[in-house]
Write a protein that binds this ligand. Structure first.
Ligand code: 6PG
Length: 252
């Protein structure tokens, strides 16, 4: 069974602070090397508090935002001010603080009609910004992912076409179960990342986490996040981790 790096926290707040510290620590390693720190942010509800902490007073001045480039992991095909928009959540929680130079956040324009073109343009922007890593292919430094009760991550839902994309970095994805289309980063890009951190909270994720972290290798999208030359960490709150064995949670 694949060994997972799992950290269980009492609350979503503790989980979010730990994720913010991981972001700060990894970013500093790039800053001291005189390099840009490239991060990809998921939507949904779980990461909102993390983004508020990153923009908040406690970290003021500790992150050189001029040397940070922020991307979206995925986006719903709705206008950017729609209540379901991941961009709207990230804008309200992080960007409205004014800490991040506007040009350093790269919005997925998933409201456009030609999603194939939006996907191509977004992948081109990623390629332009991501620096080749010392002979390695260009890669994201950190990716925050969530997980749904069905094991989806990003907008890679079970049984959907984007999950099988083998070369494009970004592509549209029709999610019939939701009756909607999405734009999403794909496994080739996500599995080229240096550090992937799953943020998973809530009792409704507990059963799926047992399958993903303790079950046989399977086809759930979250199980297919396996960075070729990078790490995967799972930051869980108590409710989400409650059905995991002590061994999985790193408890003696
Ligand atoms: C999205 C997200 C998605 C999310 C999971 C978990 O666009 O919805 O990218 O992958 O991370 O659905 O969502 P919650 O954090 O709201 O549980």
């Amino acid at each position: 069974m694949l060994k997972h790096n799992v950290r269980a926290f009492s609350t979503l707040e503790d989980l979010s602070w730990a994720a913010a510290c991981a972001f700060e620590d990894l970013a500093r390693l790039k800053f001291v090397a005189g390099k840009t720190f490239c991060a990809a942010l998921s939507g949904g509800l779980t990461p909102r508090l993390l983004y508020q902490i990153l923009a908040g007073r406690a970290l003021l001045g500790r992150i050189e935002w001029k040397n940070v480039q922020l991307f979206q992991v995925d986006e719903r095909c709705v206008p950017p001010d729609h209540p379901d928009s991941n961009y709207r959540m990230i804008r309200e929680a992080l960007l409205d603080s004014g800490e991040i130079p506007p040009g350093n956040f790269h919005r997925m324009q998933a409201e456009e009609a030609d999603l194939e073109k939006v996907a191509r343009d977004y992948a081109a922007e990623l390629a332009r910004v991501l620096e080749p890593q010392d002979g390695l292919r260009p890669r994201l430094d950190i990716v925050f992912l969530g997980m749904g009760p069905d094991g989806h991550t990003a907008s890679l839902f079970p049984g959907t076409a984007a999950l099988e994309e083998q070369s494009l970095w970004v592509c549209p994805n029709r999610v019939e179960r939701l009756g909607m289309s999405r734009l999403t980063m794909t496994l080739p890009l996500l599995n080229a990342s240096a550090h992937v951190i799953f943020l998973v909270a809530g009792a409704d994720k507990a059963e799926t986490l047992v399958k993903v972290l303790e079950g046989p290798p399977g086809e759930l999208p979250a199980q297919r996040i396996q960075p070729v030359d990078g790490s995967v960490s799972w930051f869980l709150d108590e409710a989400a981790a409650r059905k995991l064995s002590p061994a999985t949670k790193g408890e003696s």
